[in-house]
Unconditional design. Structure first.
Length: 314
């Protein structure tokens, strides 16, 4: 028996969400906004909280500062039953912070990476990660850490754990083709529509998915409000999204990942995984904060009952 359902490796920080900011202050200027809210942030952390809310026992593996924000994040993890024993405390860096400005429209961000910059996949204790029956890995940086990332994933696979990966945005703009090598070792590989276009160079999403299906046996592409598509063992499936009122899209993709992998880890079909992912993503955008609106299992079931007519593939 494994100690955890999933061990999540990646970034965690504080999100300061500025609500009602219609302009950036000029030098010497002060502006007043509707509200500033504090939440746990970072894609891996948001995914972990959302997965724990669905009832799975998760552990987080990352780096925090020995400061007020670091202690707050640990408390929030504990609130959801997330194991924090694998988190390392940095002796030098403060906990990372992201300021999200104007989430109601086109969001802008100011980020201090802080202790997240100390997380190196080559330094992971594989035996600790293997305490989970599944590992969700983030932090792929293309050419900058490709070899270390591949080596880490291979070692995890040797322990018998299943592995999922959300590749994330490539801030270098290179979109390293080594990602297709990585796909060969990943049990569930996730990305969004824009990332799929950049990596494959193929504009039509069905063709892009088909291309990636030649490398990974289970690839999922998130299409935002349009839903999501997946290919597993050469079979392509899709599910439409839901029409909901949008308050804040922060973490919607991470919430989708949690819903999808909740289905995967509980032995559900790809169709059900897509449904759960779309529901979690839709519910996420209805509240400020990346994991505030994501449901527990009862909330997931209630949403599906209330939207029965929309819970069908397209």
């Amino acid at each position: 028996m494994k100690k955890f359902d999933a061990v999540v490796i990646g970034d965690v920080n504080i999100d300061l969400v500025v609500v009602g900011c219609n302009q950036i202050p000029q030098p010497g200027q002060e502006i007043f906004v509707e509200n500033i809210r504090m939440h746990v942030g970072g894609g891996a952390a948001l995914f972990t909280i959302s997965l724990a809310k669905l009832g799975l026992h998760a552990a987080f593996n990352g780096v925090l500062g020995d400061d007020l924000y670091g202690h707050y994040i640990r408390e929030q993890f504990a609130r959801y039953g997330i194991d924090t024993s694998l988190i390392r405390t940095s002796p030098t860096s403060h906990t990372g912070i992201t300021i999200a400005i104007n989430p109601e429209l086109d969001r802008s961000f100011i980020t201090y990476a802080g202790s997240n910059s100390e997380l190196q996949v080559g330094d992971l204790d594989i035996a600790q990660v293997a305490l989970g029956r599944h590992a969700h890995v983030t932090g792929y940086r293309g050419r900058r850490n490709h070899d270390e990332f591949i080596a880490m994933v291979k070692k995890l696979k040797e322990t018998g754990v299943t592995v999922s990966c959300d590749v994330g945005w490539d801030d270098t703009g290179e979109w390293h083709s080594g990602v297709f090598e990585l796909m060969r070792y990943i049990d569930v590989f996730l990305m969004n529509e824009t990332e799929a276009f950049h990596y494959t160079g193929i504009e039509h999403i069905d063709d892009s998915l088909k291309y990636m299906g030649g490398f990974g046996r289970h690839v999922v592409i998130k299409l935002g409000p349009k839903g999501a598509i997946a290919m597993k063992d050469g079979l392509q499936l899709a599910h439409s999204g839901f029409v909901v009122d949008v308050v804040d899209t922060t973490g919607a993709g991470d919430s989708f990942n949690a819903g999808y992998l909740y289905g995967y880890l509980t032995g559900q079909s790809v169709e059900s995984c897509l449904l759960y992912g779309n529901v979690c993503g839709a519910m996420s955008v209805g509240s400020y904060g990346g994991s505030t609106g994501t449901p527990d299992r009862e909330g997931l079931a209630a949403f599906i009952r209330q939207n029965e007519d929309s819970c069908r593939a397209f």
